[in-house]
Design a protein around this ligand. Structure first.
Ligand code: NAD
Length: 310
């Protein structure tokens, strides 16, 4: 039997609306916990961990994301080492920078902001990063370890989603989970994370027939497509936990997710807002991965579920 999370009823005369999966709050908790561990580490006379952030070209969205990551490093006490390269840089030059960073003992983690300019093979760049410094978790070794249920460094957004669900005591075990979107950086590793957490996982993509049917069956619905309004909130079964990973701007320039939030929250039991849902979790998880790569926290470091559901 499909088990569903309770639908919160604030007032029997009004329609139910979902509880918030507040990524800002949870990411703050995680960042504070990581800052505490880092300060204790440094207080013992050990060196501060370093994160190399490589930004190629001048894509405005990438600039914003890198800015968030660098500021978050400061909050945790991680040294960020920014490497800005022009869009005209050759793949060879980028690969040799990665070789240097792989050798540099002051660098615990290496992040190459995607997308890369045309002409640079992103897969080759990802593979060049040493798996032990691959804080994005995209290296085939890290993806393979996650697939084999022995995760090492795990992709940030999917791991952040799991941390968020755990914080609110929403256990995916035994649940029907649907992941819409099958990219290498979000959909696929999220499928693996949910599988690892014991969910029965379906993954939908551009060739999926009858998306409506799959959405209606889901107890946990995760959407990472990058297209607004692909999913009609009427398809969502009452009580579904909804995780909206998409980020884009509407005609008025406001940030929004893949779902119509106001309508989806009438059906969901729990829902992530955009902004303020998965985005902050992605950044906080990057810092968690950096401390893990530095050997300061263990692979199974987890934020305690401190939230008490009513
Ligand atoms: P992507 O373009 O690489 O992948 C999109 C996926 O959607 C593909 O697998 C494709 O098959 C699927 N898709 C396309 N049309 C579909 C359809 N009609 N039905 C079902 N599936 C369909 O995108 P991505 O890099 O995975 O990013 C997805 C979204 O998530 C974007 O909006 C991106 O900005 C956002 N994102 C957010 C975070 C975060 O931290 N919140 C992190 C990464 C990406």
């Amino acid at each position: 039997m499909q088990w569903r999370y309770n639908v919160p009823m604030t007032n029997p005369h009004t329609q139910a609306t979902a509880h918030m999966l507040n990524g800002r709050v949870v990411a703050d908790h995680l960042i504070n916990a990581l800052a505490e561990v880092t300060e204790a580490h440094v207080a013992q006379g050990r060196s501060r961990p370093g994160l190399a952030v490589v930004l190629v070209g001048d894509d405005p969205a990438s600039e914003v994301y890198v800015g968030h990551k660098i500021r978050a490093c400061e909050r945790v006490g991680i040294r960020s080492l920014a490497h800005r390269l022009p869009a005209s840089v050759t793949e060879e030059a980028l690969l040799s920078l990665i070789d240097e960073l792989n050798q540099d003992e002051g660098v615990a983690g290496i992040l190459v902001q995607l997308p890369l300019p045309e002409g640079i093979n992103a897969a080759a760049v990802t593979r060049r990063i040493s798996p032990s410094k691959d804080v994005d978790g995209f290296h085939p070794t890290n993806m393979g370890l996650l697939a084999q249920r022995t995760p090492a460094i795990r992709p940030c957004t999917p791991r952040g989603v799991i941390t968020l669900l755990n914080y609110y005591r929403l256990d995916p075990k035994g649940q029907e989970a649907l992941v819409v979107g099958a990219s290498n950086i979000v959909g696929r590793p999220l499928m693996l994370e949910l599988l690892l957490a014991g969910a029965t996982v379906t993954i939908a993509h551009r060739f999926t027939r009858d998306l409506k049917k799959h959405v209606g069956r889901a107890g946990i619905l995760c959407v990472a497509v990058g297209r607004a309004d692909l999913i009609d909130p009427d398809w969502i079964a009452p009580g579904t936990v909804v995780v909206d990973i998409g980020i884009h701007r509407d005609e008025d320039g406001r940030l929004r997710g893949d779902l119509d939030f106001e309508r989806a929250r009438q059906k969901a039991s729990w829902i992530t807002p955009v902004p303020g849902g998965v985005g902050p979790m992605t950044v906080a998880t990057l810092l968690q991965n950096t401390l893990q790569a530095a050997g300061i926290i263990p692979a199974d470091f987890a934020l305690k579920a401190t939230h008490h559901n009513a």
